[in-house]
Design a protein around this ligand. Structure first.
Ligand SMILES: C[S@@+](CC[C@H](N)C(=O)[O-])C[C@H]1O[C@@H](n2cnc3c(N)ncnc32)[C@H](O)[C@@H]1O
Length: 443
C-alpha cells in the first residue's frame, strides 16, 4: 500500500517526525518497526510504501507535523514536457471515480481538487499550456482544469457535483477548507501529486484537526505570553522524536504552563512536569485540570512539582523516567535582531544552565535515554540563524548528539533544511528568537 503525507510548513521537522513514528514498532498503528520505504519526497509531500494498511485516523492524531494523510490510488506516467492535466486527460472515467474515490457516498457530492508538487520546478516553469496568446497560463490553473474534467465526467453520469478549488495562486486546499466543506463526508478530496515523469492520484483519508489544536493552545485557562508557550504541534513533534514507547514516563523539567505535559498525555505517556517558577506550576495544574476533563485522561497520569532543573534528581528518587522532552528557557525575547554582544551573553548564560542541568539529567536518565530540547536560534535573515556555537559540552558530559535525519537520507533529500550539526529550526516569520530542536542520547 502506498500513502502520502502532506508535510507542514517546517517540512524538515515534519519529515523527521514521520520517520521516527513510522519506524517505531506500534501495534496500535499496524507498524512493526521496519525501516520506512520512501517512494518519493519533496518539500510538500512524502510518499511511503507499507506492507500493511495504516490506521490513518489514529496516525493523523499522533502527528504534529503532517497536514493530511492520503492513499495513493494510481500512478500515471507523464512526459516531462506535458502538463499535469494532459497526463490525466483519459484518467477520470465514471467507474474510476466511483470505485476509487466515491464508493462510500451517493447523492449530491462535493469534490475538492488539490495538487502537490514532487518536482518544485513545475511551479517555476511556464505551463506547457501557455502560448503567446495566453502567456499567463501557469500551473495554478491546473486544479481548475483537472477539477472540471472530473466534474464533467461525474455530471454526465448523473451526479450532482459541487467542485471546491484552491484559492487564487494556490495549488492545494487547506485542511480547514476540506473540513468545513465536509469533503471527506460528502464526496472526496482528489489529490494529484505531480512529478516530472509521473503523476500520482490520491484520495485524502484524514486531515489535521486544526480546531482541536487551536483549543489545546488558546482555550487553556492559564497562559504565559511573557515566557512564551510552545505550539502544541511542535511539542508533539518533539515527543515523537524521543522515540519513547507508550506508557513510559517522560519529564519536562522546564514545563512552564504544561504544554509538553498535555501533549505527552494525548500520545499515551505518563508525564512529570517541573519548573522553577511556582506561578508556572500553578498555571500547569489549572491547565491540566481543564485538559484532563476535556480529553478524558485517567487520573494519576501526570504530576507537577516546583523545582530547579539543576537539582531535579531529588524529585525522582521513586520515579523512573525514560526520556526528557522540553522547551528550556530561551532567554530574552526580541522584536528586532539583537546586538552580537547580547547574543553572545545569552548563549554563554544558557550554556552554563545547559551544562549544569544536563549533568543533573545524567543521574535520572537510563543509558540510551534521550533528551529532546529546544534551544534558541536568532534569526538574522531568511534561513540564516545564529545558533549556540557548540554542543561539545554535552559530548564532554557523556551524551551523543543524535542526527535528526540520517546522513544517508539527508544526502538524498537535498531540499531538507538541516543545520550543519543535523538539527532543525522551527521558526515563525514574525519571531526573531526561533527554536533549534536538538536530540541528545546518554551513552
Ligand atoms: C520557555 S518557558 C517553557 C514554556 C513551556 N514549554 C510551555 O509551553 O508552557 C521556560 C520555562 O523554564 C523555566 N525555568 C528557567 N530556569 C529554570 C530552572 N533552572 N529550572 C527549572 N525551570 C526553569 C521558566 O520558569 C519557564 O517557565
Amino acid at each position: 500500500m502506498q500513502y502520502a503525507f502532506v508535510l507542514g510548513r517546517v517540512y524538515t521537522l515534519s519529515l523527521a517526525e514521520l520517520i521516527a513514528v513510522l519506524e517505531k514498532a506500534d501495534p496500535a498503528l499496524n507498524l512493526n518497526g521496519d525501516p520506512v520505504k520512501i517512494t518519493e519526497a519533496s518539500e510538500e509531500v512524502l510518499i511511503v510504501e507499507t506492507p500493511a494498511p495504516l490506521k490513518a485516523e489514529v496516525l493523523q492524531k499522533r502527528l504534529g507535523g503532517s497536514i493530511k494523510i492520503l492513499q495513493i490510488v494510481d500512478t500515471i506516467k507523464k512526459r516531462p514536457q506535458d502538463s499535469v492535466n494532459f497526463a490525466l486527460k483519459h484518467y477520470f472515467r465514471p467507474s474510476t471515480l466511483r470505485k476509487q474515490f466515491l464508493k462510500e457516498y451517493k447523492g449530491k457530492i462535493q469534490i475538492g481538487m488539490s495538487i502537490y508538487l514532487l518536482d518544485p520546478e513545475l511551479a517555476r516553469r511556464p505551463s506547457p499550456n501557455a502560448s503567446e496568446k495566453n502567456p499567463q497560463i501557469s500551473i495554478f490553473t491546473e486544479p481548475k482544469r483537472i477539477g472540471m474534467m472530473a466534474k464533467k465526467t461525474l455530471t454526465e453520469s448523473g451526479y450532482s457535483v459541487r467542485l471546491v478549488l484552491p484559492e487564487y495562486n494556490s495549488l492545494a486546499l487547506a485542511s480547514v477548507v476540506v473540513t468545513k466543506n465536509l469533503l471527506l463526508q460528502k464526496g472526496a478530496e482528489i489529490c494529484i501529486l505531480a512529478g516530472k515523469e509521473v503523476v500520482y492520484t490520491a484520495k485524502t483519508l484524514t486531515v489535521q484537526d486544526f480546531e482541536d489544536y487551536g483549543r489545546r493552545d488558546y482555550q487553556r485557562p492559564a497562559r504565559d505570553e511573557k515566557q512564551g508557550m510552545i505550539p502544541p504541534k511542535v511539542a508533539q513533534i518533539m515527543l515523537n522524536l524521543s522515540g519513547a514507547k507508550a506508557g513510559e514516563t517522560l519529564l519536562d523539567p522546564f514545563c512552564g504552563i504544561g504544554t509538553m505535559v498535555q501533549e505527552g498525555l494525548l500520545l499515551g505517556y505518563r508525564m512529570l512536569g517541573s519548573d522553577i517558577n511556582k506561578q508556572a506550576i500553578k498555571g500547569s495544574e489549572q491547565n491540566l485540570e481543564w485538559f484532563r476533563n476535556r480529553y478524558k485522561i485517567a487520573p494519576g497520569k501526570y504530576h507537577f512539582e516546583t523545582a530547579d532543573a539543576r537539582h531535579i534528581h531529588k524529585l525522582l528518587e521513586t520515579q523512573k523516567i525514560s526520556s526528557i522532552v522540553s522547551e528550556s528557557t530561551l532567554g530574552p525575547i526580541y522584536s528586532t535582531y539583537p546586538k552580537k554582544s547580547e547574543i553572545d551573553t545569552n548563549f554563554s548564560d544558557l550554556q552554563t544552565l545547559y551544562r549544569e542541568t544536563f549533568k543533573e539529567f545524567l543521574k535520572i536518565l537510563p543509558a540510551g535515554g534521550r533528551i529532546v530540547i529546544c534551544i534558541p536560534a536568532y534569526r538574522r535573515g531568511k534561513d540564516e540563524y545564529d545558533t549556540l556555537p557548540s554542543l561539545d559540552w554535552a559530548k564532554d558530559l557523556g551524551y551523543n548528539c543524535i542526527d535528526l535525519i540520517s546522513p544517508v537520507l539527508a544526502k538524498k533529500l537535498k531540499f531538507l533544511k538541516l543545520t550543519a550539526r543535523n538539527t532543525a529550526i522551527y521558526d515563525r516569520k514574525d519571531q526573531i528568537v526561533a527554536r533549534e530542536i536538538a536530540i541528545f542520547q546518554k551513552q
